[in-house]
Design a protein around this ligand. Structure first.
Ligand code: TYD
Length: 222
């Protein structure tokens, strides 16, 4: 049986990394061998692209250029890590995927179309995640959290220097993604929840996924 491809999404400061780690530990406790990845990155090529993309010194590039680099990292990660693991029956937990590129680089209709075309080419219908978990958070709160993180010594990345209006557009991108792909998306408002509650809600949704997997998994595509 093919593994499950699980993606965690959310704006910076939404608790995505914490939840990805908790999910991985939970799957391990169930006796599975999950593979934990993050984008951009996950392969030597991806880590080099990550360094370029998160370089705070770089000038603002065209969103298409950024999208191409994110998809270059994604292509490498899919071929070298995700697909082999899924074929071996391992679950893959990936922090960020195409929904991030749509939310961050695909903010106007033209670049949205560009990102969707790349997703078609690189990910394809058969490569789509079984479930995208979106940790939805008010942009004001997420900005607060990333600022306090920077205060404690994290280097501020070029992506984190953006304002509330930018994050509102990112959130709209995620909401649009969730509306367009309701069957494979779990939109979870995390504002009033603590980490334990978020973890429990995700576990509950995964049980529902096993009970009623999306059509493509039922057909058993490799
Ligand atoms: P990272 O330091 O990993 O932040 P986080 O912990 O919030 O994931 O930086 C990743 C940044 O890259 C984040 O600000 C979102 C951005 N990004 C895009 O703009 N497009 C993409 O396709 C991806 C995968 C990430």
């Amino acid at each position: 049986m093919r593994g499950r491809f699980l993606v965690l999404e959310g704006v910076d400061g939404s608790g995505k990394s914490t939840q990805a780690e908790r999910l991985v530990r939970r799957l391990e406790a169930e006796g599975r061998r999950p593979l934990h990845l993050r984008e951009p990155g996950g392969t030597p090529v991806g880590e080099r692209l990550r360094a370029m993309l998160l370089d705070a010194e770089r000038r603002r590039w065209d969103p298409r250029t950024e999208a191409l680099l994110f998809f270059a990292s994604r292509a490498e990660m899919l071929v070298r890590r995700v697909r082999p693991a899924l074929r071996e029956g391992r679950d893959v937990v990936c922090e960020r995927f195409t929904p991030s590129t749509l939310a961050y680089q695909g903010q106007d209709p033209e670049t949205e179309g560009f990102v969707l075309a790349l997703d078609d080419l690189v990910v394809g219908r058969d490569g789509q995640p079984d479930l995208v978990i979106i940790l939805d958070l008010d942009p004001e709160v997420s900005l607060e959290r990333t600022r306090s993180r920077a205060w404690y010594g994290d280097t501020e990345t070029s992506f984190e220097r953006r304002d509330a209006a930018y994050y509102r557009r990112v959130r709209q991108g995620y909401l649009a993604y969730a509306r367009a792909r309701a069957e494979r998306t779990f939109l979870l408002p995390v504002g009033g929840l603590d980490a334990d509650q978020v973890e429990a809600r995700i576990a509950e949704r995964l049980r529902a996924l096993d009970a009623a997997p999306p059509a493509s998994r039922r057909e058993g595509s490799p």
